[in-house]
Design a protein around this ligand. Structure first.
Ligand SMILES: [Cu+2]
Length: 215
């Protein structure tokens, strides 16, 4: 995927970047830019008028500096390693991320705050599923699944621009993400959660059990 000049990375999300040294020889900065993740809307949605917009008022800061001299031509691979598409799913599920109150928690998945004795989702080991993550809240929630990586199919119904393996995907405010996941190799319990830690700690997490015997 070719990017212009910037890339949004949610907490826990990673990307491999190839930076072409195609400008004048010099030192260039890789800069972290402010990003509006919609926190003001979340606060007013919880009945509190609060106008601090985290991140938006922060100044840009430099993450790294890249220096290069006169350009040379370096042979590059014609393509990246291919990612094999997962087979068709045996089942679809929906996960709604929203704010509210459940068992004293404020950040909810399908209306529930986290409960460590409750299994929220049971899947069959060796199968493929499609999960639609629907963010009904006015702020971004980066969705993270432990143990098995997934492929993002689409964002808000628009095809995702590249095929690859991820374990975190940012679900922007009032948007949805469709992902495909194969449950391979590991039976037992694991979790999925928002990768903003205070959201996770206030309920936005669920338990997934992968069963090796037929459901
Ligand atoms: Cu969150």
């Amino acid at each position: 995927m070719e990017l212009d000049t910037d890339l949004i990375l949610a907490p826990g999300e990673r990307a491999d970047l190839l930076v072409a040294g195609s400008r004048e020889p010099n030192t260039y900065a890789v800069v972290s830019l402010p990003y509006d993740r919609g926190i003001a809307d979340m606060m007013s949605g919880m009945g509190r008028q609060h106008h601090h917009r985290a991140g938006v008022n922060e100044a840009p800061y430099t993450l790294a500096r890249l220096s290069y001299g006169e350009p040379t031509t370096v042979p590059l691979p014609k393509m990246l390693l291919p990612t094999v598409a997962l087979p068709a799913p045996v089942r679809q599920r929906e996960f709604v991320l929203d704010h509210g109150i459940s068992q004293g928690q404020f950040f909810l998945i399908n209306g529930n705050g986290f409960e460590h004795n409750r299994i929220d989702t049971t899947v069959q080991l060796g199968t493929v599923e499609d999960w639609r993550i629907i963010n009904k809240a006015g702020m971004d929630h980066p969705f993270h699944i432990h143990t098995n990586a997934f492929q993002v199919l689409s964002q808000n119904g628009e095809p995702f621009p590249f095929q690859g393996w991820k374990d975190v995907v940012n679900v922007r405010a009032y948007s949805s993400v469709d992902l495909r996941i194969a449950f391979n190799d590991f039976p037992g319990k694991t979790v999925y959660h928002c990768h903003i830690l205070d959201h996770e700690d206030q309920g936005m997490m669920g338990i997934l059990e992968m069963q090796s015997t037929p459901l």
